[in-house]
Design a protein. Structure first.
Length: 659
């Protein structure tokens, strides 16, 4: 789910200043507040404790809390089940906080060097955002005001944030690889690394399968009880929450929005021009600069030369205008030229006629007559259009009624009764939208509705008012109210005794399999062939398999094979043990041969390493520059306040504001 998010937060120089701009502009634009949480920093009130001082500028807990809330709310638009805990543990707090320090330090350094970013440049950045453009494609000040209100930001604050981040980008920009160009490391440095990547190893893999290990004696009740106590987390059901909700389906609204015959007739009359018979014409035309040349070209076409050939002979192109209505063609040329063209017969040559660009010669290629539609013929299209319109109006009106009722503190029962909505109760769901009490295994993808209900539930308190949450791409939504919170608790031993005994046996087999694998490894290390060491276990394991690869394969993928990694960390003739996933067993990997690489005769490999190492160096230079800037500007962190804010966001208590 968060692969892109994690990759972004784990980047290096690209992370230095971009996240602040992303948080203020890209993420925040057009995104509403889905939790109802907002800082009061921009509306007056407490400024919070100081987390860090950069030069003479203080960054407060209130500001960072608000930015964190804005950012996670933005991600929740795509990932409703994202929790604050997951967000922060994946770097959603520390990464953006460091970026805030870096961007401020860079901006202050730029100002000390006489650099400035004017308000006009920030205005350009704002007005270029598509979220602020109206139907005419121009900047809409009302949309901008709505955004500021939603984000609880002032115009001056947003301009300041944008200006600071643009200045930071100007300072660091010349240091980045895309500005400095590709740096190449010396060949003398790249060659040993290229040779190392060409190193090839072969080995043999044996699998000590857990399932082939004897299960041992039956598990006693005492052993099961002790195992249950020692592994209580495995049998603990996480916190769950149930909601009361009512769904509004667009399909249901559409079924109730069929237009009447009178509405269809009225729409037909209003769109009479659309359904009237029309005539479309296709033509080719050439525009020349002087009348004499146009007369000559027109004469050739009238004598039988195709207009494309005649135009090509004078170095021009006869452009095709296909299926033009008279009105559309008049808009491109003039009413007078359109009158001539639409009065002519197919194949006629019109012109030369004077246009704003010169003298035009036009050949009428084809006339297409489109018959009109009667009311009955147009009815299917009209029914669909009117139904869609009435459905959209009904959905909007219902949302507005529900929103007004929520604003007036109506209960979910009162809203449902007034608007004839059917209330339902969800089972107690976990944070992923699954029901741990169900007997069937959880699906790979949770039910979309349950995922939405769970996301709302885990963002709310029992005392909160109902909320409206979107449930599908068609525009359906749900009225949701948190009903109950079921704390995390272990299942009774009696209800999971069979599962406990089964797990006990599996863990015992895993330990025994590890002992077998370790014994095989030790024998191989003392010179015993792998096949003989396996045979001496007395267990019929599956046949061994070969493994081979180059060291370069370890850096050519984000997730290199774990067995291959172990192969390149094991001396020739030795063995190592690797645990298989899901308690499946243990791999014993023996390194059979090592073939050293030599890149001296492979210049392409050396060049590739020169470019790679050069890019790493450029990245490091930029990071060092940022560190130097921070040292010069001066950065003083309040680690106690930072840790307190992180704990507060994680729901672990503590208040960075001393409250």
């Amino acid at each position: 789910m968060l692969g892109i998010f994690r990759g972004f937060l784990n980047s290096k120089v690209g992370l230095i200043i971009t996240f602040a701009v992303l948080g203020i502009i890209a993420l925040a634009f057009g995104l509403g507040d889905v939790t109802g949480l907002r800082s009061n920093a921009v509306n007056g009130g407490p400024t919070g404790s100081t987390l860090v001082t950069i030069g003479k500028e203080a960054v407060t807990s209130t500001e960072i809390r608000a930015n964190t809330e804005r950012t996670i709310n933005a991600y929740r638009q795509q990932y409703p089940q994202l929790t604050m805990e997951e967000f922060i543990t994946k770097g959603g707090f520390d990464g953006p906080f460091e970026n805030r320090i870096n961007s401020t330090a860079l901006a202050l350094f730029g100002e000390s060097q006489g650099m400035r970013v004017g308000r006009a440049l920030a205005d350009t950045e704002i007005t270029s955002q598509p979220q602020f453009k109206g139907l005419d494609g121009k900047f809409d000040r009302e949309l901008y005001k709505q955004f500021l209100a939603q984000q609880r930001m002032g115009d001056a604050e947003l301009h300041t944030e944008i200006g600071r981040n643009m200045l930071a980008q100007l300072v660091i920009g010349p240091m980045l690889p895309q500005a400095t160009g590709t740096l190449a490391a010396p060949a003398s440095i790249a060659t040993p690394y290229a040779s190392m990547l060409l190193e090839k190893r072969t080995g043999t893999v044996a699998f000590i399968d857990t399932k082939k290990i004897p299960q041992g004696a039956p598990v006693t009740d005492a052993e099961a009880a002790a195992y249950y106590k020692a592994n209580i987390d495995r049998y603990t059901v996480p916190e769950r929450r149930s909601v009361r909700y009512a769904t509004v389906s667009i399909a249901d609204l559409r079924a109730k929005s069929a237009p009447t015959d009178a509405e269809i007739a009225k729409a037909y009359t209003a769109a009479a021009a659309t359904f009237a018979p029309t005539e479309k014409r296709s033509m080719r035309q050439v525009v020349l600069l002087d009348q004499k040349s146009a007369d000559a070209l027109a004469a050739k076409v009238r004598s039988g030369t195709p207009i494309e050939a005649a135009a090509k002979a004078v170095g021009l192109d006869a452009g095709l205008l296909a299926d033009q209505t008279k009105a559309a063609y008049a808009a491109q040329t003039s009413a007078a030229i359109a009158d001539q063209l639409f009065a002519a017969n197919e194949g006629a040559v019109i012109g030369p006629v004077k246009t704003a660009l010169g003298w035009a010669v036009i050949h009428l290629e084809k006339i297409t007559k489109v018959p009109g539609k009667t009311l009955e013929q147009a009815k299917p299209d009209l029914v669909k259009t009117l139904t869609d319109q009435k459905t959209a109006v009904a959905a909007s009106a219902l949302r507005a009624q529900i929103s007004d009722a929520i604003a007036n503190n109506a209960t979910i029962d009162e809203i449902a009764q007034k608007l004839s909505l059917t209330l339902q109760s969800s089972p107690a769901l976990d944070a992923q939208g699954n029901d741990p009490d169900t007997k069937t295994p959880p699906p790979a993808q949770p039910d979309p509705l349950r995922a939405v209900l769970s996301a709302v539930a885990f963002q709310a308190d029992v005392e909160d008012n109902p909320q409206i949450a979107p449930v599908d791409k068609e525009g359906g939504f749900a009225l949701v109210k948190l009903d109950k919170v079921v704390p995390a608790a272990p299942r009774p031993l009696a209800s999971v005794i069979d599962e406990v005994k089964k797990n006990f046996i599996v863990d015992r087999q895993v330990r025994a399999a590890r002992d077998v694998a370790t014994a095989v490894r030790d024998k191989v290390g003392k010179g015993t062939p792998l096949a003989k060491a396996l045979a001496e276990t007395g267990i019929a394991f599956d046949a061994t398999k070969p493994i081979t690869g180059t060291r370069g394969q370890l850096v050519g993928t984000n997730k290199p094979d774990r067995g291959l990694i172990l192969l390149f960390n094991t001396p020739q003739g030795a063995a190592k043990v690797l645990e298989a996933p899901y308690k499946g067993g243990w791999f014993v990997i023996v390194t059979d041969s090592i073939q050293r690489g030599d890149a001296r005769q492979k210049p392409d490999e050396i060049k590739r390493l020169q470019a790679y190492l050069g890019g790493q160096a450029a990245d490091e230079y930029a990071q060092q520059f940022v560190r130097a800037v921070r040292n010069q500007v001066g950065v003083k962190r309040n680690d106690a306040a930072i840790n307190a804010l992180r704990a507060e966001l994680l729901g672990q208590g503590g208040s960075p504001d001393g409250q």
